[in-house]
Design a binder for this molecule. Structure first.
Ligand code: GH3
Ligand code: MG
Ligand code: MG
Length: 379
């Protein structure tokens, strides 16, 4: 039974609650067109072009798409006219299959369907929409002549959002639609807010990673800075202790670097620092970790390396730096040397500070012994 079918439309202008007595129904023995006109021109029932702010206090930006499904073309036409408004885009389908096709193409936010369709039950249509990604959350209203409680339970179990018993009033249908629209608008706002929050969270996470990287990196050479080096050293000691592996470190310092600054200028000094950092990074093995721990001081942590390997590496680096020529923008050639102090992790050391102290002491020895050389800590 459907309001706009000739036999039922007589009762349509008045809402018929499930418990209402038939006597309360307004009987209209008029032709269909006249009854439709009566409904749509009745000021009490008029909802055409009602702006959305009437029901939810704000003007939404995009129109909501509503798909009406019924096999009666006159009903479709009438309802479309009745519901027309600038915040609604109305579509119509005369059967379940056509409705599914249209729903996939147009992704309506709301579907109003008759329970009985020529090719498909409205409940099946609802289930099919719920199973389909793009229409999974579509607001579905079913119009039905059935009034049984069991039927109602079945319909809601299938995922229908609202259910109206026919014969029904267009006024009531419009109110239920507005209620659904309000919920849809709310969901849209929530999902938009969520998107914005997710965007902020992503930006914040990127900014945090960048900040973390900046806090751990020396901006001049791009190498890990002192803080980072100390953290890595602690990790390396933990690893060496746990797996009973060798661990060595090399403290490296550019000789007479102050004189380079004084002679060629600070910018040239910076360039030398970058060149030396590149030489170090380009000559170590995968396990070794190069860090800049001070002005012209570097620390290389040699994981899984004993004294011999560390000494060979330090010597290789010393020679590579000594061979290198840095060229200033004005065409001047700068040469420099480095001194290196090596220490290896000893079982009796308490922590990283003892290892670093030993390496520093060996570096001091290298400086004292004439620079441009490698010295090893006593152990
Ligand atoms: P030694 O052989 O005993 O190590 O002598 P040195 O001149 O290398 O050592 P000193 O500690 O006397 O001088 C280090 C200089 O390094 C002083 C400081 O101005 C300079 N320096 C520190 N950081 C930077 C930097 O980032 N860029 C430049 N250009 N110079 C720096
Ligand atoms: Mg120096
Ligand atoms: Mg120094």
């Amino acid at each position: 039974m459907f309001p706009f079918r000739t036999e039922t439309f007589c009762n349509s202008p008045i809402h018929q609650p499930m418990s209402s007595a038939p006597g309360r129904r307004r009987s209209l023995n008029q032709p269909l067109e006249a009854r439709v006109k009566a409904v749509t021109s009745n000021k009490k029932n008029k909802v055409m072009n009602v702006p959305a702010r009437d029901y939810d206090g704000h003007q939404p930006n995009e129109p909501l798409t509503i798909l009406i499904v019924d096999d009666d073309p006159i009903f479709l036409k009438t309802l479309r006219q009745y519901l027309r408004g600038k915040n609604r885009r109305l579509l119509a389908a005369q059967g379940g299959k056509q409705a599914l096709k249209l729903a996939l193409e147009e992704r309506p936010e709301m579907v109003i369907s008759n329970r009985r369709l020529p090719d498909m039950d409205g409940i099946r249509l609802c289930k099919a929409l719920r199973r389909t990604g793009p229409t999974e959350h579509t607001y579905i209203i079913i119009l039905s002549g059935s009034e049984s409680d069991d039927d109602l339970v079945r319909v809601f179990k299938a995922g229908v959002n609202d259910y109206l018993i026919k014969p029904l009033s267009l006024k009531v249908l419009a109110a239920r639609i507005r209620n659904g629209e309000r919920l849809l608008r709310y969901c849209q706002t929530v999902s938009r807010d969520r998107e914005i929050i997710e965007q902020y969270a992503a930006q914040l996470s990127t900014a945090n990673s960048q900040l973390q990287l900046m806090a751990m990196t020396d901006p001049l050479t791009g190498l890990p800075n002192r803080r980072n080096a100390m953290r890595r050293m602690k990790d390396a000691i933990t690893e060496a202790t746990r797996f009973q592996e060798n661990l060595a470190c090399i403290m490296l310092d550019i000789d007479h670097f102050k004189a380079i600054n004084d002679t060629y200028g600070h910018d040239a000094g910076d360039m030398v620092l970058r060149d030396v950092a590149k030489i170090f990074s380009g000559n170590v093995r995968g396990y070794d970790m190069v860090n800049r721990i001070g002005g012209e001081e570097f620390l290389i942590i040699c994981r899984r390396s004993g004294l011999d390997e560390a000494r060979q590496l330090a010597e290789r680096l010393r020679q590579a730096v000594a061979r290198h020529e840095s060229l200033t923008p004005s065409g001047q050639i700068i040469r420099c040397t480095i001194s290196c102090g090596i220490a290896t992790w000893q079982r009796h050391y308490r922590d990283d500070s003892e290892l670093l102290k030993s390496a520093d002491h060996a570096l001091y020895q290298a400086k004292q012994s004439g620079r441009n050389r490698v010295e090893v800590a006593a152990g």
